[in-house]
Design a binder for this molecule. Structure first.
Ligand SMILES: [Zn+2]
Length: 138
């Protein structure tokens, strides 16, 4: 695997920004779509691998997809860091996340929202290992 992250973070760099920035970037893409400036082809670009992971490991949310309005969004957790795949490792459970966070200080975690109906995807937030351990639920 030599590709970059599987998911879309808009035009933002994948580090150094917080949840609010990702949310603003996401909302601005949704707005541009509703205004007709971005098509579904432009923004609903989840790769097959991300969709596969979302179907198998995605955690259901209460939120409906902002693009198709048909499907509930799922959240997928990825870990990035040295000696992990370049496209990140998808995490199956909270337990796996916490174990990795405890064992490795150099791993960053990304939460990605995915719609398996229309292929919308966007980064929701990222946090480092100590952030993962502080959270009651990540
Ligand atoms: Zn959708």
């Amino acid at each position: 695997m030599t590709s970059g992250p599987l998911f879309s973070a808009g035009r933002l760099p994948l580090n150094g920004l917080g949840q609010i920035e990702y949310r603003l970037a996401r909302d601005s893409i949704v707005r541009e779509h509703r205004r007709g400036r971005l098509s579904r082809l432009d923004i609903c670009d989840a790769q097959p691998e991300l969709l596969r992971v979302a179907r198998h490991l995605g955690r259901p949310t209460q939120e409906t997809c902002p693009i198709c309005g048909d499907e509930p969004l799922v959240h997928v957790y990825f870990a990035f860091g040295p000696r992990l795949p370049a496209s990140g490792r998808a995490l199956e459970t909270e337990r796996e996340l916490r174990a990795l966070a405890r064992a490795r200080q150099d791993v960053a975690f990304y939460v990605v929202e995915v719609c398996t109906g229309c292929n919308w995807n966007h980064l929701v937030r990222m946090f480092n290992g100590s952030g993962a351990l502080k959270r009651p639920r990540a």
